[in-house]
Design a binder for this molecule. Structure first.
Ligand code: ADP
Ligand code: MG
Length: 214
């Protein structure tokens, strides 16, 4: 599903070039779970952003998702790649405080799909993450664990093949962390591929592969 070869990424800054990712190689099969660990600043977020085509990898890097060559794709194709194939979950949820849960979940596809259908799907997904009673609530009325479950529902609105999770349990207590991981495991069991970035040693061995960035 995902094939990454000789991936390099450096940032140009006013004080010179910083080389962050050096010769990263891995493959992810459909349905697999890859866990990525590494100290703060080791390049985990940078790697995820390269995989999603949000930032360009250095020249001669190879990033292939199914038959799409992400490293050389045009912005328009990268947008449809993200919209059709990927879901994202972040440490700080990235919900919109001015919108209720239902609308937060619908947002990624709101400009592209029928509103009534989307609303139905949002309800179904919020039920799936056990938040049926919270559909009309706003993020400020939710706990961290609940916010993250809304964010998971949102990430699923496009039925992504690959879910990219950047330290999704970093702000959660142990109970909420376990709920979120349980949900991710269920999604993985039903076929969604997962890349999980984490600091949490307890989560290191979930999945078929663990990659450590130095
Ligand atoms: N836009 C940027 N410009 C310059 N340096 C950056 C930029 N983004 C990240 N970095 C640097 O790249 C390194 C890796 O950052 P990051 O990928 O966020 O690491 P992690 O997610 O593992 O904490 C850090 O040293 C960070 O300061
Ligand atoms: Mg990071």
């Amino acid at each position: 599903m995902l094939n990454v070869g000789r991936l390099n990424k450096s940032y140009l800054t006013v004080s010179g070039e910083i080389s962050v990712l050096k010769n990263i190689n891995f493959k992810l099969d459909e349905g697999e779970w890859l866990t990525i660990i590494g100290r703060s600043g080791s390049g985990k977020t940078t790697l995820l952003q390269c995989l999603a085509g949000l930032i360009p990898a250095d020249q001669d890097s190879h990033i292939q998702f199914e038959d799409k060559l992400i490293h050389e794709a045009k912005e328009k194709d990268l947008q449809s790649y993200r919209r059709n194939d990927l879901g994202f979950i972040y440490q700080d949820y990235k919900l919109f405080d001015q919108f209720n849960c239902e609308l937060n979940v619908m947002l990624p596809l709101l400009p592209f799909e029928d509103k009534v259908k989307l609303k139905d799907k949002a309800h179904h997904l919020l039920q799936k993450v056990n938040l049926t009673e919270r559909i009309e609530h706003y993020p400020s009325q939710l706990s961290g664990g609940e916010k993250q479950r809304v964010a998971i529902a949102r990430a699923l609105i496009n039925d992504p093949k690959l879910l990219i999770c950047d330290e999704p349990t970093g702000n959660l207590d142990q109970h909420s962390r376990d709920e979120v991981i349980q949900l991710l495991k269920e999604l993985n069991r039903t076929g969604t591929s997962i890349i999980l970035v984490t600091h949490d040693q307890d989560l290191m061995d979930i999945g078929q592969q663990t990659l450590e960035l130095h």
